[in-house]
Each structure stands twice: as C-alpha cells, then as structure tokens.
Design a protein around this ligand. Structure first.
Ligand code: OOG
Ligand code: MG
Length: 261
C-alpha cells in the first residue's frame, strides 16, 4: 500500500459521518474518488462505521444485500465485481405499502429475489453449507439511492456508501425452491423492463455462495432470520410516483407505491 492510499480511523469515521448526513439530509455529496484513493478494506470499514451510526439511532440490521451480481448492473454502473451491503429495519417497506419519494435523493428500483436465513452461518466453518441455512425465497424490490452526485461512483465509493441501499420490499415467502431461469418483469409507471433470474450469476442460488465468500472476507455476520437480497435481475429503473411492481414467474409478485408528499 502506498502512503497516499493509507487512511486513518478518524478519516474513516469522517467519511461515514458525511455519507450518513447525505442520507439523513437527502443531499448528495461528490464521489470520494475525486479527492482520495480508498482501499477496499477501508471502504468496508466506512460501511461498518455508517451502520454503527444507524444502530446508535436505534436501527437494527435485518439483512444483507449483494450488488452487481448481474451483467446488466455491472454495465449500467461501470464496475466488474460483486459488492455486499447491509439492510436495516428502517429500510423495509411492507409489500403493497407506500413510500415517500422525499426520503430519497434520486431513487431507482430493482427487481430482485430474496432469501431468508433460518440458521446462523458460522463463517469460520470451512464446510458450512449455506443453502442448508436458507428456508424460504420471495420476489423482492430494492430501492437504491446513491448518496453520490449523479449516481457517479467508483467500486470502493459504492461499498463505503453501503452499496446505495435505501429501501426494500419483500413479497410472500415460499418454502425454498429452485428459482433459476424464471422470467422477471418490473413495471414502474409507464416503464416496463423484462429479464430473467438467470441474469443473477447464472442462478440466484449462486448469490448465496458469493455472499458467504464476501462475508468471510469482510467479516460480516449472517444470522438466523436475516433477509438476503441476491441482486438485481435487470438494470435499475428510476422510481417515480405510482406503483412499482416486480413479478417473478412461478414465485409471485411484490409492489410498492411511490408517493409525493
Ligand atoms: C449499487 C447497488 C447495486 C444490485 O442489485 O446490483 C445493486 C448501485 O447500482 O447503485 O443493488
Ligand atoms: Mg440491488
């Protein structure tokens, strides 16, 4: 590591504070990379500091999410490796519920698949079978809202910003089943995007294995009851007022209504 890539714990906390203020104040900030090289481990440390701030306000981590598990998303954002972020109870919106668009800077919505962990995952057990730690699967929507101006960021920037996580909606849970190669349809206002769950690393179940690998590398715990978002099956679409609905063939439908207050 070169000297100029080093980053102190004070800087880590300062950046987390800036990202936190951008989210709570609904005001974007410039890309960190404009001023500074952030090593990947520091980016995950910033993400953890950001989550610690949310927890100090009473939020609870209720899940994790993967990003850039599809080529469409990698191409849309110009990155080439998966990322992991945290979901909190404050980000959850009930299926069919409303969400105020004023909560966000420039929200987009993604069609996803969610898994539910039924057991704690021992990251230090090299033989752990992640699929056996999951008991249910559901269609889901993720609302992403980069805290960076114009959604412009580098790989490490977006990790620091908790992978743009801003909201999520989970549809009806079904007992765990194969959800590979299912048609996916996302409708937002007059916009319709179609795709397939095959876009998610070939099969969303592979996202669970990618998640285990990322969580081991970055020491992110996985516990019983947590929700896992496997990543978008298509490029993200701007969230506007009205209904946003995701349908995954033979799995179900999930929706949220964006409202202007
Ligand atoms: C980062 C989040 C990507 C996904 O499903 O690929 C993501 C972003 O695009 O802002 O959540
Ligand atoms: Mg996503």
């Amino acid at each position: 590591m070169t000297m100029d890539a080093m980053i102190s714990t004070t800087e880590i906390d300062d950046i987390a504070a800036r990202l936190d203020a951008a989210q709570t104040g609904v005001a974007d900030i410039p890309s960190l990379a404009d001023n500074q090289v952030i090593p990947i481990d520091a980016a995950y440390a910033i993400q953890s500091a950001l989550i610690a701030r949310r927890e100090a306000r009473g939020e609870r981590v209720t899940g994790v999410k993967l990003g850039f598990t599809s080529k469409a998303k990698m191409a849309q954002m110009g990155v080439s490796d998966v990322i992991v972020g945290r979901l909190t109870d404050a980000m959850r919106i009930s299926d069919g519920g409303e969400v105020a668009l004023t909560r966000f800077i420039h929200p987009k919505v993604e069609p996803e698949v969610a898994y539910r962990l039924s057991r704690d995952v021992d990251l230090d057990d090299p033989t752990v079978d992640i699929e056996s730690c999951v008991d249910a699967v559901a269609p889901a929507l993720e609302i992403i809202d980069s805290r960076y101006r114009d959604f412009r960021f580098t790989y490490t920037d977006v990790v620091a910003d908790n992978t743009s996580a801003a909201g999520f909606v989970v549809g009806p849970w079904r007992p765990l089943r194969d959800v590979g190669n299912r048609a996916v349809r996302l409708r937002v206002g007059g916009n319709e995007v179609v795709g397939s769950t095959a876009a998610i690393l070939g099969d969303p179940v592979r996202a669970l294995h990618a998640l285990l690998d990322m969580c081991r590398r970055h020491r992110i715990s996985l516990g019983a009851g947590q929700i896992v978002l496997a990543g978008a099956a298509t490029a993200a679409v701007p969230l506007v007022s009205g209904v946003a609905e995701c349908e995954v063939a033979e799995l179900g439908t999930v929706s949220v209504t964006g409202v202007r207050e």
